[in-house]
Design a protein. Structure first.
Length: 157
């Protein structure tokens, strides 16, 4: 690819995970790639511990998409993993990171990764936020939600 091609990283659910968010992120990656952006997806090696997942399986039974560069690396419950992924992305210096936020449980994970990425003073962060005002009201959800929202709010005009 030419040197002037922008590098975009999408962080969020993607294959081998299934569901609407994974499908949306994969479609977004295809649109960026179709417009000549160098695009990668970073998805979860562990999205939820099994006991927290409400359905039968988190995983797709379909073949992996051959046209996408998907890295199955993020462990949502491992702080050392968050630091490692953040460090790797910081060094890569993508032009843009698009992060998908949909659940307060992911606040510490995504917030840590983004904090590390922003240390390169190059990468711009775009957040696609679903359910930004959580339906759940309890002592745990509020602080988890605040971790990511406090990081993103200074980015708003």
């Amino acid at each position: 690819m030419p040197d002037n091609t922008q590098h975009i990283v999408i962080i969020g659910p993607a294959y081998p995970l299934r569901g609407g968010l994974a499908s949306f992120n994969e479609r977004l990656a295809r649109e960026f790639a179709g417009n000549q952006y160098n695009t990668e997806l970073y998805t979860f090696s562990l999205q939820y511990p099994a006991f927290l997942f409400p359905g039968t399986t988190q995983y797709s039974s379909e073949d992996p998409p051959a046209d996408l560069h998907i890295h199955e690396k993020i462990n949502s419950i491992s702080p050392l993993n968050w630091l490692w992924i953040g460090y790797q992305l910081c060094k890569k210096k993508p032009d843009i990171v698009v992060v998908r936020y949909w659940l307060p449980f992911m606040g510490p994970c995504l917030g840590t990764i983004l904090r590390m990425v922003k240390r390169n003073h190059h990468t711009k962060v775009i957040c696609i936020a679903d359910n930004i005002i959580p339906h759940e009201k309890d002592l745990v959800i509020g602080p988890l939600h605040a971790i990511l929202s406090n990081l993103l709010m200074p980015l708003l005009p």
